[in-house]
Design a protein around this ligand. Structure first.
Ligand code: UN1
Length: 457
């Protein structure tokens, strides 16, 4: 259905939510299960749309559709587990209980790099919770949004309007944020975008779920299995051509193993297959746009005057000359350079030596962002320190795994400039619901809490 304007679209979404919330949650879960089955059938075709638009390699595009399928399965189970606690009341013959109710329309703004999975994180939870969604995809990924909308329409019966796609850019996003008919705005993108949108939503006391920039680091310790580490580091630094919010951007390597690690890392980088993302043997496709390429080059140029060693980073002539293929860059630094403090959405990995683990943890945390982090070690004391309150300050902390490639079962998101939101697994569903604290008096008296007396006598 086409809508003439923002208000009509929002009204349709609101109506859809009103009808849908009357459907018992397990039945909502059943429709989401069918959506997942449709995605299973269309997996290869959907992955092709991702590759064409987002330029992701085949296995990552298929993995992304799988992530959406996994979310459907997760949400189907969740539809029978939207549990509320029951607390003991301090008053006789009273029940004190938490109920979870749908919040209504969810506004969902997604980025080009995960054009289907992040929608699925939001939609699968929002829908089993009884809400509708208005989805504003990245202008780079309108085809991905159309493809998922079609898949939904196939299984949705009378609930097609539960998913409405709003195409556009900033203006459309701002209109969603301003609209008090939309109690929750879930937005994925840069920190700058989040800082622009969040005040608009909070000015009307709306709720936000933000998944913004990362500046993720790995700490590589003397006992690390270096072959495993080099693979984990390379996948995290180069996968999706460095364009994940979870991409590894900084590595702190212990001085005892620095030379050996660097040698292995360079050798591994030299084997990377960079080329047409639809060719199954490619490991890296091109950057999303010319401007991302320019941003990457600007940073590498600004490093030119500094006491650093830059390897790679140049444009490669390996496919369509319109596209911006690059050799991922490794930048060896002697001190923390300013460039390392910002997220450049391209494959640049800064590497720095460290001597003391505490100092490496400090450098890791000493950035504005707080999304993902890793330690590579076989020393349990080191890994436990990293996971303790004195360790990583990120929302995601991994041991002997890179910073990217999280599973859907855990809550996904990060702290500080990353925005604080949690999506996907665990109890992230609660953000999509309204919590009602219900106290029921089934007795014949009216005792007041805290022993307050209000009788005249
Ligand atoms: C993102 O880049 O916005 O953990 C999300 C990962 C993916 C999700 C990344 N599952 O790398």
């Amino acid at each position: 259905m086409e809508f003439n304007n923002h208000d009509e679209l929002v009204a349709a979404s609101k109506n859809a939510a009103k009808k849908w919330r009357l459907v018992p949650a397990p039945q909502r879960g059943e429709v989401v299960r069918q959506f997942g089955n449709e995605l299973r059938i269309q997996k290869a075709a959907l992955a092709k749309v991702i590759t064409a638009e987002s330029k992701k390699i085949v296995t990552e595009a298929e993995g992304e559709v799988q992530e959406a399928i996994d979310m459907c399965d997760f949400a189907t189970g969740l539809s029978r587990q939207l549990y509320g606690l029951t607390m003991p009341s301090e008053r006789p013959d009273h029940r004190l209980q938490e109920l979870w109710q749908p919040i209504g329309v969810v506004g969902c703004i997604t980025a080009f790099n995960f054009p289907m999975a992040v929608f699925a994180w939001n939609f699968c939870l929002a829908s089993v919770c009884g809400n509708s969604i208005i989805w504003k995809p990245s202008p780079h990924s309108n085809g991905c949004a159309d493809a998922l909308k079609n898949a939904w329409d196939k299984v949705a019966g009378e609930h097609k309007d539960l998913v409405l796609v709003l195409k556009g850019g900033n203006e459309e996003a701002v209109a969603l944020c301003k609209d008090s008919n939309i109690p929750l705005i879930s937005a994925t993108g840069s920190t700058q975008m989040g800082k622009e949108l969040a005040p608009i939503v909070s000015a009307r006391l709306g709720r936000t779920l933000l998944e913004l920039g990362g500046n993720n680091a790995a700490i590589i310790c003397p006992t690390a299995d270096l072959d495993l580490t080099v693979k984990g580091v390379t996948f995290s630094a180069c996968g999706t051509t460095g364009q994940r919010c979870t991409t590894l951007r900084r590595a702190f390597v212990h001085e005892d193993i620095y030379e050996e690690f660097m040698q292995k890392l360079h050798a591994y980088y030299a084997t990377l297959k960079i080329g047409d993302p639809s060719d199954k043997s490619s490991q890296l496709g091109p950057l999303i746009s010319k401007s991302s390429y320019e941003d990457m080059q600007k940073v590498l140029e600004s490093l030119g005057d500094k006491d650093v060693k830059v390897h790679g980073g140049q444009r490669l002539d390996v496919g369509d000359p319109q596209e911006f293929y690059v050799m991922p860059a490794i930048v060896e630094v002697l001190k923390v350079e300013d460039e390392m403090l910002n997220e450049t959405f391209a494959p640049i990995l800064y590497v720095k030596k460290f001597t003391e683990l505490n100092n490496a943890i400090q450098m890791q945390n000493n950035v504005k962002q707080g999304l993902s982090s890793s330690i590579f070690t076989n020393d349990m004391r080191e890994s436990e320190l990293f996971l303790s309150s004195e360790g990583s300050d990120c929302g995601i902390a991994n041991v002997n795994i890179g910073t990217s490639g999280a599973e859907i079962g855990g809550a996904f998101g990060g702290e500080k400039d990353t925005g604080g939101g949690r999506e996907s697994g665990s109890d992230a569903w609660k953000t999509y619901m309204r919590r009602v604290t219900a106290t029921v008096n089934y007795g014949k008296e009216l005792p007041l809490a805290q022993g307050v007396e209000f009788d005249e006598s």
